[in-house]
Write a protein that binds this ligand. Sequence first.
Ligand SMILES: Nc1nc2c(ncn2[C@@H]2O[C@H](COP(=O)(O)OP(=O)(O)OP(=O)(O)O)[C@@H](O)[C@H]2O)c(=O)[nH]1
Ligand SMILES: [Zn+2]
Length: 316
Amino acid sequence: MNSPHPRQGDDTLNGVITAAFGRQYEVDVSGQSAAASSGTAQSLLKCYPRGKKSVFACGDEVEVSPNSKDQGVITQLHPRRNLLWRSDAFREKLIAANLTQVIIVTATEPGFSDLLISRCIAAAENQQIKPLIVLNKADLTDALPAARKILAPFERLGYRVVELSAREGAERLRPYLAGERSIFVGQSGMGKSTLTNALIPEARAATREISEALNSGKHTTTFARLYPMDGGWLIDSPGLQAFGLAHLTPDDLAASFIEFHNHLGKCRFRDCLHDSEPGCALRAAIEAGTIDPRRFEHFKLIREEITQAKRQTQGW
Ligand SMILES: Nc1nc2c(ncn2[C@@H]2O[C@H](COP(=O)(O)OP(=O)(O)OP(=O)(O)O)[C@@H](O)[C@H]2O)c(=O)[nH]1
Ligand SMILES: [Zn+2]
């Protein structure tokens, strides 16, 4: 793995968080792509943070002080280039840090939510991470047209959509992963783990080991895991049912809808809520067909949720 922070001194190492289990973290301290991809036991340390309140995410670059062959203490967090997280009024959850790409995995079956796609895109755009949409299970051809129709508005905005079958042709995705630090996000059952296992042979072994350790026959992913690959890395994360964006302000949210850019700041009223005010530039753009009404609906739904969450935290 290309770590920007090489070995530090005699007793501290630089590494990348590859998994989080409650307060325990797995840190890859190999710092070299060859060692990292061979997955040797010594390159992965089980670590605890030094501070009680420290919370880390997959992809975080940290400094570790080893205290045995395979254990250590996380002593420092290197500055994050970005952070993907989700939150509602009461909780927040770090998803991953230092990403270059968020890969939103959808599938022909079962159905998926386009509102969730807009949420994922908003979270990514807000952190300057580029989104990529995968339409998996393209082998189920009967359901392809309906799925394509749902994705069309996103494709029109310039978001790339890659159709593939994780079972029959996961390799199609490989060129999009090279040199990137990506994460798979999406609803449960879209095929994130199938894709990860097809692209990264070691991932299959890790999944088996973990489900044996947890003594469950189920294949549902329960925590995020980072795998080094092709000059970057890839994180497989558990299925998302909710993706709250309570940490964004309404202005942040509007800015993360890229098709709004040319229209923001052009409403007659500076504090326009784009509801029913006269001279609203966003609503004019919808009427002119330059903003998709469905995307505007997503914006309003998420904005309402953000506003509600802020009221709840302020004890209204
Ligand atoms: N027909 C078809 N089925 C697929 C394909 N990819 C995955 N599946 C199936 O879809 C189901 C869900 O796949 P998973 O990889 O477990 O989905 P996931 O997104 O990781 O789900 P979570 O772990 O719950 O987040 C499994 O039964 C897979 O075998 C595909 O390309 N075609
Ligand atoms: Zn307006």
